[in-house]
Design a protein. Structure first.
Length: 302
């Protein structure tokens, strides 16, 4: 039973306020006050305190509040202690060995993508994404897949917040929405040159036992090593790695609505080919003939 003599109502309300941002990325002051059942004066003191300590920040244009960088820092510290990295590491090592490329584990923290772990390839030239690095969610396969599978309200809030940045990059909100919709349809993201020039990446989402998005597994490297057949193989193996990590966390993975993935035009080839030979979420191992298995299409898991 809770000891009420040891409970600080103000601290409790501040924590409840932070919880409001779990499913809704931005809040107005009046919205927070109404949701918490307090008057605006109390809500203002709470947000002012949280802003002062870096847990909230205010959009200068909309005046709405969103999570600050201190939440990102604490979230990363907490993520280092959970089992996700330990569960994913042996599968990532297997994936890197089979694909010959670097593999990455990314998580969403505070509206950014954070690289939680990395297994480097044996090649001299590699995709440069550093452990602990913070990246925008709308650029690169390992990051985009984290945004695509967020609740619609969080996607909308994120895109509103970076609208000016998108315009500076020659993109529109509608274009990015279409990209995210495509990722949800096929079940994974594929990018070329969005984070590192002349580099490609393929990323799949990872879910836990409560079917929550907890991260993404991705493979990537320089485009000069990429061929249509090799991309097919990397997509299939990265898919199986993400499925395996999700299974070890007690989760399942969504089936894509389309079985056709990236086309050759995305890596500068002059013909098209299907990438995904079966829907994301299949349990039958890598695509037959792609190697890395036991001869029956099943991978040799660590």
């Amino acid at each position: 039973m809770e000891d009420r003599d040891q409970y600080l109502q103000t601290v409790g309300r501040a924590l409840q306020m932070l919880d409001c941002f779990q499913d809704t990325a931005e809040w107005s002051l009046s919205g927070l006050a109404a949701h918490l059942g307090v008057n605006k004066a109390v809500a203002f003191r709470l947000v002012s305190t949280l802003r002062r300590h870096g847990y909230l920040e205010q959009d200068p244009l909309t005046k709405k509040y969103r999570l600050g960088e201190r939440v990102l820092i604490l979230g990363l510290a907490a993520a280092r202690r959970v089992d996700l990295r330990q569960v994913a590491r042996p599968v990532m090592e297997w994936l890197s060995q089979e694909t010959g490329e670097s593999t990455f584990l990314t998580v969403e923290r505070g509206g950014f993508s954070v690289c939680l772990d990395k297994v480097e390839s044996s090649h001299e030239i590699q995709l440069m994404m550093q452990v602990g690095g913070v990246y925008p969610l709308h650029r690169g396969a390992s990051n985009k897949v984290l945004l695509a599978f967020q609740p619609p309200s969080r996607i909308e809030a994120y895109l509103r917040a970076i609208k000016d940045q998108l315009s500076a990059d020659g993109l529109s909100v509608e274009e990015v929405k279409a990209q995210l919709q495509r990722i949800r349809e096929v079940g994974y993201a594929h990018s070329v040159g969005e984070v590192t020039p002349d580099a490609f990446a393929v990323g799949f989402p990872v879910f836990d036992g409560e079917q929550r998005l907890v991260g993404a597994i991705s493979s990537g490297g320089p485009t000069y090593r990429l061929t249509p057949e090799r991309l097919r193989r990397i997509v299939a193996l990265t898919q199986e790695a993400a499925v395996r990590v999700s299974q070890r966390l007690g989760g399942t993975t969504p089936s894509g609505e389309s079985e056709r993935g990236a086309t050759s035009t995305e890596i500068g080839c002059d013909h098209h080919w299907p990438v995904a030979a079966h829907r994301y979420g299949a349990r039958n191992g890598p695509v037959a003939g792609h190697g890395g298995g036991d001869g029956a299409g099943r991978p040799r898991w660590p």
